[in-house]
Design a protein around this ligand. Structure first.
Ligand code: RIB
Length: 308
């Protein structure tokens, strides 16, 4: 069993439609399917690490409603501890409206609902969740002051802090200084690094260096089908992604972060963790939905060895 991983973040229910192409503004297109799927960047990352065999504690808020029950149950079935997920009355569970096109790309609109109720004060009630934590995983679908307070508590507990800056928003340097691994995708990286592009490895490396200069210890750029690259205190590596037929990119970044945290928590090197994470993400894009797409350890390792 790995050392404890704490995820402080969002839990959503995803309302997913598939359509051959995205509607242009003002247009209507006909979709092909509709699914209600457990999601949320925080919950997806917790699910990813737990399904691989990690010792995962989820901290977050849902509404006292059927969607809250659905997403909590999905996490518990994956093996995560949901004792620190609070059901709040009078606010619905967060929802994400997702469209997936014929190429497997998506657009997502998130309505935070109960996720907005995870305030910094609320972390007092779940302080025990940070005990003995090896890795704390954070994203930006809960209030920014909560993310900052969670990072501070993580550091105080001696845990490594992994921050997925999604959805992108401006980040204070005081938060970046608490981060061991900042893991933007290319779009988020370009939004975070003032004026920088991130279209190729060279641009991404330059933009990542800017964020290192603002305090992050390492930046991992998730580059979709190109894989991922690391720049920072732990060195510089590229982790190419295997070629696969992608059907749905939803939660691929979450698969990456959950697997990376799992591997760090069991003692892998940064390089080994990045390789496992890239393999896990490449499995997830071959399946539909957020949490249903996340692989087991056997599946991720088979992909790592070049299997299916
Ligand atoms: O990263 C994918 C997730 O983003 C979806 O599950 C959706 O809930 C949004 O939070």
């Amino acid at each position: 069993m790995s050392a404890p991983i704490v995820v402080v973040g969002s839990l959503n229910v995803d309302l997913v439609v598939r359509a051959e192409r995205f509607p242009a503004p003002g247009a209507t297109v006909t979709g092909e399917g509709f699914a209600v799927v457990p999601g949320g960047k925080g919950a997806n990352q917790a699910c990813a690490a737990a399904r691989l065999g990690g010792d995962v504690r989820m901290v977050g808020c849902v509404g006292a409603d059927a969607h809250g029950t659905l997403v909590r149950r999905s996490l518990a079935e994956a093996g995560a501890d949901v004792a620190h997920v609070r059901a709040v009355r009078g606010t619905p569970t967060g929802v994400a409206l997702i469209t997936v096109d014929g190429a497997g790309e998506n657009t997502i609109v998130v309505v935070p609902g109960a996720n907005a109720r995870l305030t910094p004060d609320a972390l007092d009630e779940v302080a025990a969740a940070f005990d003995r934590a090896a890795v704390v995983l954070l994203q930006l679908e809960v209030p920014l002051p909560t993310v900052q307070e969670a990072a501070r508590r993580a550091r105080a507990a001696g845990a490594r802090v992994v921050l997925d800056p999604a959805p992108a928003r401006p980040l204070p340097d005081a938060l970046l200084a608490l981060v061991d691994y900042l893991t933007p995708n290319q779009t988020e990286l370009a939004a975070l690094a003032a004026g920088a592009g991130a279209r190729d490895a060279g641009e991404a490396t330059a933009a990542a260096r800017e964020l290192l200069g603002r305090g992050a210890r390492n930046v991992v750029v998730k580059r979709g089908e190109e894989g991922a690259l690391l720049v920072g205190a732990d060195g510089a590596c590229a982790w190419p992604a295997p070629r696969v037929r992608a059907v749905d990119a939803t939660a691929a970044g979450d698969a990456w972060n959950g697997a990376f945290a799992f591997a760090l928590a069991r003692g892998d090197s940064t390089d080994a963790a990045g390789r496992l994470a890239t393999a896990a993400a490449s499995v997830s894009v071959t399946r539909a939905g957020a949490q249903p797409s996340l692989p087991t350890l056997a599946e991720a390792e088979a992909r790592l060895k070049g299997g299916s």
